[in-house]
Ligand binder design. Structure first.
Ligand code: GLN
Length: 454
C-alpha cells in the first residue's frame, strides 16, 4: 500500500531519492512468513520505514543529498539500519535532505527540493524534509531522521508529524555520515508519539562501534508514552522557557503553544517560568561549532575514496590536488561551501580562540542554563519552530533568515539533551509544533509529556 502511495504522490512531493520496491516487498513477505509462524522479530516486524539518505545502507545508494556522492553504494549498514533489518522492518527507500544535512528547508538538496504535503508551494522543513514529508503524506508510517540542530524536530513541526532527538549517545551514530559529530543524533519521525517510542526503543541502546554511545537505560519509553496518552502528567513541573516564546514567534504558533500548556495544567501538571539567559547566544555558537566540525568531516570527500571524480579542464596530467579541487568545486553546493569556508576560518590559527574557543565556552554556559532550569522543572517546553512552513524560495538567498528557524531547537543539541516535537494544531491553516526537552538520559519524560499534549 505504501509503495502504491509513493507511486501516486511522490512525483509531486519528492520525499524519496531512492525507492527499493523489490527489496521492501521481499522483506514484507519474509515478515508475513515469520508472523504466520508466530515468530515476529519485534513489535514492528513488517512495518515499513523510510530512511534519511545520510545513513549508510548496504547495497542501496547513499548520497547525503550531494552530487559528490552520486552513485556511491555503501558496503555496510549503519547500526540503526542493521537493527531495523534485524527487527523485520521493510525499508522503502532513502529520503531527500539538505546536502549533508545543512539547512532548514530541504531546498539545499542537490536533487531538487521536497514539498510540504500540506501545501506543495511550501517547504517541508529541513534538513530531514524528505523523512517528515514521507510520513506526513502517508508514503511511510515510520521514518528515521537525524538532528544536529533541529533537523528531525523542525520538519516534524511544519508537517504535523512527531519527531524525536534522543539524548546524545542514546542512539548509535555508526554509519551516520557525520556533519558535526558532537551534535548529530539519529531519531524517529512518526505520526504518533507511541510509534516514535516503539521505534526509538528498537534503534536505541549501546553500540560498541560508536565511541560516544552511552551504555545506560533511557527509561521505559513505550510505557511513558502510554502513561502520557492516558493524561497522566500529575505533579510534573513543566518549565516554559522565557527566551523561547513571545517575540519573534508567529502569533498562531504562540497561541497553539499556550493552549498546549493549558492542556498540561488541566491534567495536573505544574507550570513554572524558567529563564535560560544564554540561549540567546546558542545560534551564534552553533554556527561556529557546526561548520568547524563539518569542515573537518567533509575533508574525506577528496575524489579518491568515495563518489564522483572530476578531472580539471585542459590539464594534461592533473595532480591529486587539482583533481580534488575540481571534484569539490563541482560536487559540493553553495551552502556546503559556505560552511566549509566558515569552519576552516573559525579553526584557523589566530582565530581559533576568538571564534571556536569562545563558541565552546558559550556551549558550556548553555549546558549550565539547562542544569539550573532542570532544578526548577522536570521538562522544558517551547514552540518547536518560530513559524509554520514558509514558501519555497522565500529564505533561500538569506542564510541568516534560514538559520533563525533553529532558534528553539539548537540549545538541545549543544547540551546533548533529548527533545520531542509533537503537533499542537494548525496556525493559519498550517501545522505548528510543541517542543518538550528533558535532562540527558530522561528521554522517557519527553514521551510522557509529548503524548499528553498530542
Ligand atoms: N538547520 C540546521 C542547520 O542547517 C540543522 C541541521 C540539522 O539538524 N542537520 O545546520
Amino acid at each position: 500500500a505504501h509503495l502504491e502511495r509513493i507511486a501516486v504522490v511522490d512525483a509531486a512531493v519528492h520525499s524519496f531519492l531512492h525507492v527499493d520496491a523489490e527489496g521492501a516487498l521481499a522483506a514484507a513477505e519474509e515478515s508475513d512468513a515469520r508472523r504466520a509462524r508466530g515468530e515476529a522479530a519485534s513489535r514492528l516486524d513488517g512495518v515499513p520505514i523510510a530512511v534519511k539518505d545520510v545513513l549508510t545502507t548496504k547495497g542501496m545508494p547513499t548520497t547525503c543529498g550531494s552530487k559528490i556522492l552520486e552513485g556511491w553504494v555503501p558496503p555496510y549498514d549503519a547500526t540503526v539500519v542493521q537493527r531495523l533489518r534485524a527487527a523485520g522492518l521493510p525499508m522503502l527507500g532513502k529520503t531527500n535532505m539538505d546536502e549533508f544535512a545543512m539547512g532548514s528547508s530541504t531546498e539545499h538538496s542537490a536533487y531538487g527540493p521536497t514539498r510540504n504535503p500540506w501545501d506543495l508551494d511550501r517547504i517541508p522543513g529541513g534538513s530531514g524534509g524528505g523523512s517528515a514529508a514521507a510520513v506526513s503524506a502517508f508514503e511511510a508510517p515510520l521514518a528515521l531522521g537525524t538532528d544536529t540542530g533541529g533537523s528531525i524536530r523542525q520538519p516534524a513541526a511544519v508537517t504535523g508529524s512527531v519527531g524525536v532527538k534522543p539524548t546524545y549517545g542514546g542512539v548509535s551514530r555508526y554509519g551516520l555520515v557525520a556533519m558535526a559529530n558532537s551534535l548529530d543524533q539519529v531519531g524517529p519521525v512518526t505520526r504518533t508519539v507511541l510509534d516514535a517510542a516503539l521505534l526509538h526503543e528498537l534503534i536505541g541502546g549501546h553500540d560498541p562501534l560508536d565511541s560516544t554511545s552511552i551504555d545506560q537505560p533511557m527509561g521505559d519509553l513505550v510505557a511513558a508514552a502510554q502513561q502520557g496518552a492516558a493524561g497522566d502528567v500529575r505533579g510534573l513541573r513543566v518549565g516554559v522557557v522565557k527566551e523561547l516564546t513571545g517575540e519573534g514567534y508567529q502569533a498562531g504558533v504562540q497561541e497553539r503553544f499556550d493552549e498546549a500548556v493549558a492542556v498540561l495544567v488541566e491534567a495536573g501538571a505544574e507550570v513554572v517560568e524558567v529563564s535560560c539567559p544564554n540561549f540567546v547566544h546558542a545560534l551564534a555558537a552553533y554556527y561556529l561549532i557546526m561548520p568547524s566540525e563539518a569542515s573537518s568531516n567533509l575533508a574525506r570527500f577528496d575524489a579518491m575514496r568515495y563518489g564522483i571524480r572530476v578531472l580539471p579542464d585542459g590539464v594534461d596530467a592533473p595532480s591529486a590536488e587539482e583533481v580534488m579541487r575540481a571534484t569539490r568545486d563541482a560536487g559540493f553546493g553553495d551552502e556546503v561551501k559556505r560552511r566549509i569556508i566558515l569552519g576552516t576560518y573559525a579553526l584557523s590559527s589566530g582565530y581559533y580562540d576568538a571564534y571556536y574557543g569562545r563558541a565552546q565556552q558559550i556551549r558550556t554556559l548553555i549546558s549550565q542554563d539547562f542544569a539550573a532550569a532542570f532544578t526548577q522543572a522536570d521538562v522544558l517546553v517551547s514552540p518547536t519552530a518560530p513559524t509554520t512552513a514558509f514558501k519555497l524560495g522565500e529564505k533561500l538567498d538569506d542564510p541568516v533568515a534560514m538559520y533563525l528557524n533553529d532558534l528553539a531547537t539548537i540549545p538541545a543539541n549543544l547540551a546533548g539533551v533529548p527533545g520531542i516535537s509533537v503537533p499542537s494544531g494548525l496556525a493559519d491553516g498550517l501545522p505548528a509544533g510543541f517542543q518538550v526537552l528533558a535532562p540527558a538520559l530522561a528521554d522517557d519524560r519527553v514521551y510522557r509529556v509529548g503524548a499528553a499534549v498530542e
